[in-house]
Design a binder for this molecule. Structure first.
Ligand code: GRF
Length: 214
């Protein structure tokens, strides 16, 4: 898990049953970030890799990759990791880096997605878990939860409701990945059998029998 901030998504992942996966290491790029305390409280090893000590994004990612390969890490989960990742990470972990974003991508990529949606006046926004590619929040979508924007919303309330759904969606998708259910194809990617988020309709419904690949 990679985190930069308060780490509420990290907490949801630490609290979840991700079996057959488990959280091997939390890497934090901001000394003093709340995510460090959360990982330590859960008894998970933490590595603090301060990006300020590196002269480029790529050299930071190279150091990160060394740490990950040392521990035979299989999946890299960006749990509120506020850095753009480079090919230095993506090449060794192709289709093995996953991120959560607080909008229904491809709408509102980049920073302050909830504010972008709020100010655009959309009636439906939400959160997205996606594979990470070299673009800004452009990788194949794995799962989404929609959150309505209510007439009397303010930005804070909307952010809170989206975040609550992030905490449900992210562990469900990460667990499915750990179960080996990622399917990658020319149109993108999906989770074989879908992802069941508690209290939310089944997403990516399983293939009907007649549609099943031969
Ligand atoms: C979340 O809104 C997530 O979608 C985005 O960064 C924020 C991290 O929050 N990628 P937290 O550190 O998990 O509380």
């Amino acid at each position: 898990m990679l985190a930069s901030g308060s780490g509420t998504n990290l907490q949801a992942l630490l609290d979840a049953d991700l079996s057959p996966g488990r959280i091997e290491l939390v890497v934090v790029n901001v000394p003093g970030a709340g995510a460090i305390d959360r990982a330590e409280a859960a008894g998970v090893e933490v590595a603090v890799l301060d990006h300020k000590g590196f002269d480029s994004r790529a050299s930071f990612d190279e150091a990160l990759v060394r740490v990950l390969l040392d521990r035979n890490i299989q999946w890299v989960v960006l749990a509120g990791f506020m850095r753009i990742v480079t090919e230095a990470l993506l090449t060794p972990f192709r289709d093995r880096v996953v991120n959560i974003h607080p909008s229904l991508l491809p709408a509102f990529p980049g920073l302050h997605a909830q504010k972008q949606a709020f100010e655009a006046g959309v009636k439906l926004t939400g959160c997205t878990v996606h594979l990470v590619d070299a673009g800004m929040d452009t990788g194949p979508v794995l799962g989404q939860v929609a959150v309505p924007v209510l007439p009397d919303d303010d930005l804070g309330r909307l952010q809170g409701r989206i975040l609550r759904q992030e905490h449900r969606l992210f562990p469900a998708v990460v667990r499915a990945l750990c179960e080996g259910r990622l399917v990658r194809n020319e149109r993108g990617a999906h989770i074989q059998g879908g992802v069941q988020v508690p209290g939310v309709a089944l997403m990516n419904p399983p293939l009907l029998r007649s549609e099943a690949p031969k």
